[in-house]
Design a protein around this ligand. Structure first.
Ligand code: HEM
Length: 442
């Protein structure tokens, strides 16, 4: 990895033939994860694809990722498809650079400290238990839509103060319409997917606005109150920044649903791993309300949750950036002006990094090398406070653990005879079958 050295001639990024005008866009949109996985296998750690009208440098593996993470090489502003920026808001943190991004991120991270997570824990538990009670009364059912409802119920409580016992089904429905807009054609005609996504966004921003008013009048123990109270010296987030980022946090919950459903799937496939995790939970946690100290003792569950996010990547890529300084990787030139994207799925499933990459093996993390740790990028790479790594990683990890603890204490389940491959044609993957299960009390 280096800036260009003119003494050594560089090779151009390799690419496959693609159709004029549309390039690789159709193949990419049809199955983003499968498409990139195939290209990465064929072409190695850096290669070019042509999507959304732009040549795009793709980066696989921790070494190539390091180049992408350096914001002197790759900037975010204006790099993502315009309709994606419009849906999230061009002023949202994934699209910011330099000090503007770092300032925003420092303030956002105030909502994800250890103290903050401790405050959110009872809400997460309450919603998970409410859904567990519901599932106990069902026979065979599809878990993915249920997890979607549960995930958005938690998001509604933490981000807008919705009652944890009641929930608000309109939020889930609106976000489903919003998420469909991300991979749609941005046609502003009545009844198109994109127009419906914009309407869903307007509805949700209205909810967030009213929640901000209510939280300003009486603060609560939730993410929104933490964002409103966040201070960095004398600096604070403006009302508009809180609104933009809260909306993006809701959007991020689509990834949480994937994380929860693949965790449930991995546990359902391996009885011996379920039994070992359950045994640890029974030894280390109380049967009543959980506390952070008990959760931190769950070393095996920590590895299970980490490995489930590796073996079943939810997101195939990071947000897009654009190359602003020519650089090179392994003798290949990365030209200024190309778009740039980190390949998450192909890195997490790279056999050169993780031997037998398709095997769900939580204990691989007992002796993981530095390179394997660096390649664990389901939430993006780098450092939270200084780069674009996911702000909600610790919250997502906590949700996965609370879900696993409450489920394994009460239930056993298996996931045989169904299509467990990831959904195609969606940016946020979940198990294709919808994960049919029947929960048995233990
Ligand atoms: C399993 C669940 C999740 C996964 C797999 C995930 C993954 C990711 C990924 C891949 C990125 C992009 C990194 C990049 O572009 O370089 C990201 C960014 C981000 N995520 Fe998450 N995420 C999850 C949950 C959450 C949650 C629950 C929240 C908020 C409550 C959240 C907030 C964010 C924010 C604010 C960013 C942008 C950070 C920045 O650009 O500085 N995420 N996440």
């Amino acid at each position: 990895m280096a800036e260009t050295d003119s003494r050594h001639p560089l090779r151009e990024l390799s690419a496959r033939f693609s159709l004029p005008l549309v390039g690789d866009t159709l193949a990419f949109v049809r199955d983003p994860a499968g498409f990139l996985q195939k290209r990465a296998r064929e072409m190695g750690p850096v290669f070019r694809i042509d999507v959304f009208g732009a040549p795009t440098a793709c980066f696989v593996g921790p070494e190539a990722f390091a180049l992408l993470l350096d914001d002197k090489n790759v900037a975010r502003a204006g790099a993502n498809p315009p309709h994606v920026e419009e849906l999230f808001n061009p002023e949202a943190v994934p699209f910011l650079d330099g000090e503007k991004q770092r300032r925003r991120k420092r303030l956002l991270m105030r909502a994800f400290t250890a103290d903050a997570l401790d405050e959110y824990l009872p809400t997460i538990e309450e919603v998970v238990d409410r859904y567990a009670n519901r599932w106990a009364g069902l026979r065979r059912f599809k878990w993915v839509p249920e997890l979607n409802a549960m995930g958005f119920a938690i998001a509604g409580s933490l981000f807008t103060g919705v009652d944890a016992q009641a929930g608000d089904a309109r939020i889930e429905a609106a976000f489903d319409r919003f998420a469909a807009g991300i991979l749609s054609l941005p046609l502003r005609l009545p009844f198109t997917t994109f127009t419906r996504a914009l309407r869903a966004r307007a509805f949700l921003l209205g909810l967030i606005d009213r929640a901000i008013d209510a939280h300003e009048r009486s603060p609560r123990k939730d993410v929104l109150s933490r964002l409103l109270a966040a201070r960095d010296g004398g600096d604070r987030l403006s009302r508009d920044e809180v609104r933009i980022e809260t909306f993006h946090f809701f959007g991020a919950y689509a990834a949480v649903i994937g994380g929860l459903s693949f965790l449930a799937q991995c546990l359902g496939r391996y009885p011996e791993i379920r039994a070992r995790a359950r045994d640890e939970i029974r030894r280390q946690t109380p049967s009543g309300p959980l506390d952070m100290a008990a959760i931190q003792k769950l070393d095996y569950l920590d590895r299970v949750c980490k490995e489930s996010r590796r073996v079943a990547p939810v997101l195939p890529i990071t947000f897009f950036g654009k190359v602003v300084r020519e650089c090179s990787f392994d003798g290949v030139r990365i030209p200024v002006g190309h778009k740039a994207v980190g390949c998450i799925g192909p890195t997490l499933l790279d056999g050169g990094i993780y031997p037998d990459p398709g095997r769900f093996d939580p204990d691989r993390w007992l002796s993981a090398s530095d390179r394997q740790q660096k390649a664990w990028i389901p939430h993006g790479g780098g450092i939270h406070a200084e780069g674009h790594r996911c702000a909600g990683e610790a919250l997502a990890t906590l949700m996965l653990k609370v879900f696993a603890v409450r489920m394994l204490r009460r239930f056993d389940w298996s996931v045989e005879n169904q299509d467990l491959s990831p959904t195609r044609g969606k940016l946020f993957a979940t198990p294709a079958s919808g994960l049919e299960v029947e929960l048995a009390q233990v």
